[in-house]
Design a binder for this molecule. Structure first.
Ligand code: HAM
Length: 421
């Protein structure tokens, strides 16, 4: 019989990867809860029209990456490719914000895009997102960036990622720029790469982040979006930068940063690393002041971002290759003492905030030590007949050259809790 396989681009994460996904999202959840971001859990399936209207008909996501299907009642539905559109839909529908109020939300969950799978690019992936509604104040843009900065700092990734920011101005400013860009590129269209040629008709601003070197060379002489920004847009961008400087958050202005979704205005930003090759953007976001009205709601300025958890994990593992233990303490026992090993493990788990794993095969000490070593645990606790007769256990450091000690369980708990404080 042929084996049934997982769907291409959809992963089965387990062990360290699965715990990293949960732990990294939980850390974000804690940091953003401290800043007043309320939790939301939203549907994975929404009306296809929502994404067409919010993300944009002419974006790659809507044009070719959505998993869409017709439901039995002929409704056109899609698996969500991102979280912002659904949140704004819910905000309007459920009246989660009274006028004049500032509201902050956070979410975590799977997103779906039918992209060509490669390392760091999947068809099901997880995003943690944070969104703020209710004001155009650049303080909000800076607050979101500052919180993501703190998250990446706590994960010790900050030295390996860079913050890129840009302003794409207001809609009319972008419209004028769009015309100027088309006028400039049309006579050169025979030199453009195929994707950019197609975008010249559908979404010319996206040509700016083309990966083709020839296209990038053509763009050097092209009109610059920054020259089309009005006073308001310029002052907003300057203020965001001032906040970042005051917070000591390093950034680079990237004039070609336009983002792949249509709802943005003014500030856009991305956190990217050079360590993951082509899929180096770990987080992206920006302002989207018109989206609420575009979706039939009240005027409601907004700003937010989403981070790709799988990419963060890849970066994390790249930077901390040896710091992913599956246990802190590994219990080793002689065969006849195995039932006591279970009890010792339970006592330790009740008293210490550590991962305690017990061997289950209890074969030779040699093979138990091998497994203890592989688990990454800092200590082995050994149940051996002579010591056990005196109610004692052996505590053996596995990573440091320190002597082993023979101690009662209570002394071990005392010693390890001191180390843990
Ligand atoms: P996005 O740039 O499309 O923005 O996605 C955000 C992040 O999700 C990316 O930076 C990347 O880390 C991750 N990501 C995207 N596609 C994939 C994929 N195929 N495989 C793995 N990771 C992926 C948004 O989704 C916006 N909703 C962000 C936002 C929130 N803007 C305002 N509020």
């Amino acid at each position: 019989m042929t084996k049934i396989r997982s769907v291409r681009g959809m992963n089965d994460w387990h062990q360290q990867d699965a715990s990293l996904i949960i732990d990294i999202a939980q850390l974000a959840e804690r940091l953003f809860s401290q800043a007043g971001f309320e939790k939301v859990i939203l549907p994975v399936i929404e009306s296809t029209h929502l994404f067409a209207r919010a993300v944009g008909e002419a974006t790659d996501i809507v044009e070719k990456e959505m998993y869409s299907f017709t439901d039995r009642n002929d409704e056109l539905l899609s698996l969500r490719p991102e979280g912002t559109a659904g949140l704004v839909r819910a905000l309007i529908e459920k009246n989660w914000r009274q006028s004049g109020e500032i509201k902050r939300f956070q979410y975590f969950g799977p997103m779906f895009r039918r992209e060509r799978p490669q390392k760091g690019r999947y068809r099901q992936f997880h995003q943690f997102g944070a969104e703020t509604f209710g004001d155009t104040n650049p303080y909000i843009d800076a607050e979101l960036i500052a919180l993501s900065y703190r998250w990446f700092t706590e994960l010790q990734l900050i030295d390996n990622i860079q913050l890129h920011i840009n302003s794409i101005g207001k809609q009319n400013e972008r419209e004028n720029y769009r015309k100027a860009l088309i006028d400039y590129l049309t006579p050169l269209s025979n030199q453009l790469d195929l994707d950019s040629l197609r975008r010249l008709k559908t979404n010319p601003l996206r040509i700016l982040d083309s990966k083709s070197e020839t296209t990038q060379a053509l763009l050097e002489q092209a009109p610059k979006l920054s020259n089309f920004l009005g006073e308001d847009s310029q002052s907003h961008f300057t203020q965001v930068q001032k906040f970042l400087q005051q917070l000591n958050i390093p950034y680079q202005i990237n004039v070609n940063l336009v983002r792949g979704l249509d709802y943005y205005n003014d500030t856009v930003f991305e956190w990217a690393t050079e360590l993951l090759g082509a899929q180096g953007t770990v987080c992206g976001g920006g302002r989207y002041d018109q989206l609420s009205t575009q979706l039939g709601g009240r005027d409601c300025p907004a700003c937010g971002f989403a981070a790709g958890i799988e990419r963060i994990i890849q970066l994390y593992k790249h930077i901390h290759p040896n710091t992913l233990p599956t246990a802190d303490i590994y219990i080793i026992s002689e065969q006849n003492l195995a039932p006591h090993a279970l009890d010792i493990a339970q006592q330790l788990r009740q008293s210490l905030p550590l991962i305690i794993q017990s061997d289950v095969q209890f074969a030779s000490f040699k093979s138990q030590f091998k497994r203890a070593d592989k688990s990454g645990a800092n200590y082995a606790i050994i149940l051996a007949t002579n010591e056990w007769a005196e109610n004692k256990l052996i505590l053996k450091p596995l990573r440091k050259h320190q002597p082993q000690q023979t101690l009662t369980i209570n002394s071990i708990i005392k010693l390890l809790s001191k180390q843990n404080n």
